[in-house]
Design a protein around this ligand. Structure first.
Ligand code: MG
Length: 383
């Protein structure tokens, strides 16, 4: 509620509402010209971690080409897709945008290779999970406000950022961990952001894969969901080829997935008839693709894994990335005095020291990590 105007009056009864939010960890007065979820979104956009996304790998390392997706453009695409679905289902667009923009804030440099390497390094110290780290960024690591660490986001934004976590971590996390223990659902906005992520990366990875030349159109034409949209394009524009054909195919695929998600979810919502966000939390997952699209997506994902994510040229970068992250971690753990004072733990608690090193490494952009590696390992590199 803002002044006398309810900026969320148009929402469905099952949508998340600022006025009914479970609140912030440090209570703050309601903003005067925007809703609490808009404030969350704005805080995320102004954060340091958000700007770092520009230089973090999605699949291709930033310096491999200017046109490939980065974590930043990926997050913006997720937000775009999630918002258009949210509007159709009368869900809270501001919340879904906040969750989408924040969902990858905890990603390490070098994408999944970096995360896997850091997780292996942290094996004896509680592990590393980018999803949990995204929550840690907004709860603790951002240093912007006088009154608290982190961004002090609403419960609903935090619950959406924490897509999944182990039961051990859930018990440690308190309020946002509770649903994993009770096996309950998060808001529909959180469920939606999660699937919008999938729509975004499946499609942009095809586009980037083709642009890089690691995938060929002949190969991808064999995959049902791509092939049938490609034939549709051919029927409308006979003889179309090259970038235009790819783009026309991918835009149709994205549209098919969005429409399918809206129709399937709407039917499930109508059947479950949730009258509040609490009903949503107690129901099964309501935001879903149809069976047909889900099984096509499984085939597409397998194709991308086998032909793109595990392509030998990607493996070379992955291998280098793993080495950089592991060597940085090992050097810092062995000699914490190499760290800037803010990352050194003075009481000799190795668990805490390892976690601070993981925070430092996870926060690095790709090129910062490469530079830091040179500074530590190349004798003629200035520190
Ligand atoms: Mg993502």
């Amino acid at each position: 509620m803002t002044g006398s105007v309810d900026l969320e009056a148009h929402l469905a009864p099952y949508a998340a509402r600022s006025a009914a939010s479970r609140g912030r960890r440090y209570p703050e007065p309601a903003p005067s010209s925007r809703t609490d979820f808009q404030r969350d979104r704005d805080r995320i956009i102004h954060s340091t971690a958000f700007r770092r996304l520009e230089y973090k790998t999605q699949v291709f390392v930033n310096h491999e080409g200017d046109l490939f997706r980065t974590r930043l453009t990926h997050s913006i695409e997720v937000a775009q897709i999630a918002r258009s679905i949210a509007r159709n289902l009368r869900l809270n667009e501001d919340l879904v945008e906040a969750i989408s923009l924040a969902h990858d804030l905890g990603h390490t440099p070098f994408g999944h290779a970096g995360q896997d390497a850091l997780n292996a390094c942290m094996r004896d110290y509680g592990g590393f999970e980018h999803n949990l780290q995204s929550l840690r960024v907004v709860d603790a690591l951002e240093e912007r406000y006088g009154a608290f660490d982190g961004l002090n986001l609403t419960f609903e934004a935090r619950e959406g950022i924490l897509k999944h976590c182990s039961l051990a971590n859930a018990a440690r996390l308190g309020d946002v961990g509770q649903r994993f223990i009770e096996r309950k659902q998060p808001s529909l906005e959180a469920q939606l952001a999660n699937l919008a992520d999938e729509i975004a990366y499946n499609n942009h990875d095809i586009d980037d894969g083709l642009r890089s030349g690691l995938l060929s159109t002949e190969q991808i034409d064999q995959i049902d969901i791509y092939g049938r949209h490609r034939r549709e394009v051919e029927a409308v524009y006979p003889g179309i080829s090259g970038r235009r054909a790819i783009h026309e195919t991918i835009r149709r695929m994205i549209n098919t997935l969005i429409v399918d998600l809206i129709d399937t979810s709407r039917a499930r919502i109508e059947e479950a008839r949730p009258l509040s966000i609490d009903d949503v939390r107690n129901a099964g997952s309501l935001i879903r693709f149809s069976e047909k699209i889900s099984s096509e997506a499984v085939v597409l994902k397998r194709f991308l894994r086998e032909n793109l994510y595990q392509h030998y040229q990607v493996n070379r970068m992955t291998s280098k990335a793993r080495r950089i992250v592991s060597e940085l971690f090992a050097a810092f753990l062995q000699e914490p005095a190499l760290l800037a004072p803010g990352y050194q733990v003075s009481n000799g608690d190795m668990q805490m020291q390892a976690r601070r090193i993981a925070d430092y490494i996870a926060g690095m952009t790709d090129r910062y990590a490469m530079r830091e590696h040179k500074r530590l390992f190349e004798i003629d590199e200035l520190t």
